[in-house]
Design a protein around this ligand. Sequence first.
Ligand code: SAJ
Length: 432
Amino acid sequence: MNSVCILGLGYIGLPTAAMFATHGKKIIGVDVNKKIISTIKNGDVHIEEPGLKEMVLKAIQFGDLSVHSTPKPADAFIIAVPTPFKKKDFGNYQGRKYKKADLNYVIEATKMIVPFLKKGNLVVLESTSPPKTTIDVVKPILETSGLKAGSDFFLVYSPERVLPGRILEELKENARVIGGINKKSAEKAKELYQCFVQGDIITTDTITAEMVKLMENTYRDVNIALANEFSRLSGEIGFDLWEAIKIANYHPRVNILNPGPGVGGHCISVDPWFLVESVPEQTGLIYQAREINDTQPDFVINLIKKATKNNLRGKKIAALGLAYKPDVDDMRESPALKVIKKLMKYGAIINTFEPHAPGKNFEGITSKSTLNEAVNDAEIILLLVGHRQFISLKPDTLRQMTSANIIIDAVNGFDPKSLIKAGFSVVSLGKH
Ligand code: SAJ
């Protein structure tokens, strides 16, 4: 397999395209978003990811990657489009309102492949998808070509499992799961990915591969929910959760994750819903974890309310960080945005700063151009994302930058003792 057409040049599609292109394959990158195509053609990338821009430019320069708005014939096709949840259509099981997967991008991308599908081609679905999507949704669409999956062309599900911020390393190093609709399909895909994957390549069937991906992210969601629930106990009982987690994690079989303002991103806050939607009557724990993580921004708001004696109206708050997690520029489903929007609703005056997108606007919230501008005349500083730039701030430097006297830390990014020494009063999530 020499040529690969990759549909969707987002957080996964573009790094995957660059990886194949720099490992001997000819890549046709496709995206329906014209802005993305023109950005790449102009020598830039729309995603902040260490090493990505250089890799994409090199691939284009050597003629191994070209970008287009429609597919072209190729030996293999990879679908790497988003699978968000529906914004308006919800399910309901015994009063539990749950979110449903929106498979439109997957369906549209699959339809785009049909006119180009030839005998011997391989089709890979990489998008995180509800169980059975490969067989129930993708396969019938591809077979409208008149070709039969498994004999005329090969079909697999192979989830990406990389961590934003470390995508290029993890694409190579992580184990890759390949679920084929038959053995031959899985073997064909294994041959293809072998050109850059250094980790184990494990072959299985499509449903198992789909479940592996959903179970991994659900496992993480449930464990973060547990940490977040613990954070709600610390004030009630009166203990330092961070100290307790540190000590508990000395146990060889315990690894408690970090509490925070909630779970964001396009993966963990979305994927568990696919399981709830599939079998609502058997997913009480998964549902509950989603509930806890989705309401964690409210818990942070309550901390702020307490610190301001329920008097948020007109309070000048500098909110630090808008991204969904530290050291990335991705704002999708970010709990920081949720906290800020709610504070604004309560009448607080918010200045924000996102070091990965200074001066930019997200869902009506504008990041100031500098940290200084955001904190200058604030009354309260609210740390929402543990970006390196924030947690490395020296308390005395911060003291000189701001008129604020209160610091609220939702991520345990600051050392409260040295902040208190510098003259601040400090409220930290998980510290009573
Ligand atoms: N978070 C916490 N506490 C923690 C860890 C994370 O509150 O202890 C929060 C983060 O701040 C963030 C959210 O959870 O808001 C998710 O962050 P993450 O770093 O756990 O995961 P993602 O969404 O960036 O990437 C995940 C990864 N999955 C797992 O680790 C099981 C990644 O490997 C997947 O490829 C990715 O989802 C995906 O695309 O599905």
